[in-house]
Design a protein around this ligand. Structure first.
Ligand code: OGA
Ligand code: MN
Length: 295
């Protein structure tokens, strides 16, 4: 029995994002027409948001699998009693203060600002999408923001487009998205010798055919075959440009029950900080992707 009524897809102000209402996401588990509606809207708006959803952990996984294979998140963190495909993003003030937080507690983000990034671009085959479910809090702060890398690419001046045409960049894995060094990671002394995979700076989206800037994360990045100083200047220019407010969906909050579906191939995301005392718990799964293709 369907709980979905009149589906409405309301585009956000600006160049990306839409809020879907009148839909119960549990219906998309077995309704192919509804799934097709979602996929269509996703390709057009790059990020979709739902509110007041009631997905169990199992339903979250099953919904993610409607878009592709889910990745094992065990290389980042596993959480007690959670399937390995679920990444738990948690700020728990009690655990932050503990000198011996449980081993499954991902201390990295805590209440920090999460820097702009595209998920796990430091792997040879990065995830195509991420499906995020806000489980608890916060009342203020901790809103996920998005920027369109199609719009950012299209708005580049011709000179910059020429500088990045046919180029690749190294995507370094040393820091997490809150700029915290990962356990055991050793950042490269010389970014041009970094060990991360090389990906095209401009990639062709396999579904829409559009070209998108692909930056990953800023720290220890390197544009191949340029002197390091030139690469640094170019990257600073590209990052400042891509995260300019005109390409950003400036969301205000993530109340519990919020579900976000974003496309790592053509958007970056960030998160506003929150009070150290604010408890916030989110779950998310990653949908497997394909090797980026040069545009
Ligand atoms: C993520 C992420 C942002 C947030 O789930 O990949 O960057 O709002 N999270 O927690
Ligand atoms: Mn992320």
């Amino acid at each position: 029995m369907s709980r979905t009524r009149q589906v409405d897809i309301e585009p956000a102000d600006g160049v990306l994002g839409a809020v879907v209402s009148g839909m119960d996401l549990r219906d998309a588990l077995d309704d192919d027409a509804l799934l097709a509606t979602i996929k269509d809207a996703w390709a057009g708006h790059l990020v979709l948001e739902w509110r007041d959803q009631e997905l169990s952990v199992e339903e979250h996984l099953a919904l993610g699998r409607r878009f592709g294979d889910l990745e094992d998140m065990g290389h980042v963190a596993t959480a007690d009693g959670m399937p390995r495909e679920v990444l738990v993003i948690e700020n728990d003030p009690a655990k932050n203060e503990s000198t011996a937080p449980p081993p499954d507690y991902l201390r990295g983000f805590q209440n920090k600002y999460v820097q702009w990034h595209s998920d796990q671009s430091y792997r040879p085959v990065p995830p195509m999408g991420s499906l995020f479910v806000q489980r608890e809090g916060p009342v203020e702060g901790g809103a996920t923001l998005f920027c369109s890398m199609y719009a950012a690419f299209e708005a580049l001046d011709d000179d910059t487009k020429a500088k990045i045409a046919g180029r690749e960049a190294i995507h370094d894995p040393s820091l997490n998205s809150a700029n915290v060094l990962r356990e055991g990671a050793i950042p490269p002394a010389d970014v041009s010798q970094g060990k991360g995979p090389r990906h095209p700076l401009v990639r062709r989206h396999p579904v829409t055919g559009r070209a998108a800037l692909y930056l990953g994360r800023r720290p220890y990045a390197y544009v191949c075959d340029y002197p390091v100083t030139e690469s640094e200047v170019l990257l600073d220019t590209l990052w400042k440009h891509a995260t300019d407010t005109r390409f950003v969906w400036q969301r205000r909050d993530n109340p519990p029950g919020t579900v976000l579906l974003w496309d790592n191939r053509c958007v970056m995301h960030a998160r506003t900080e929150l009070a150290a005392s604010a408890r916030r718990v989110a779950h998310r799964v990653q949908i497997a992707g394909e090797p980026p293709v040069m545009a």
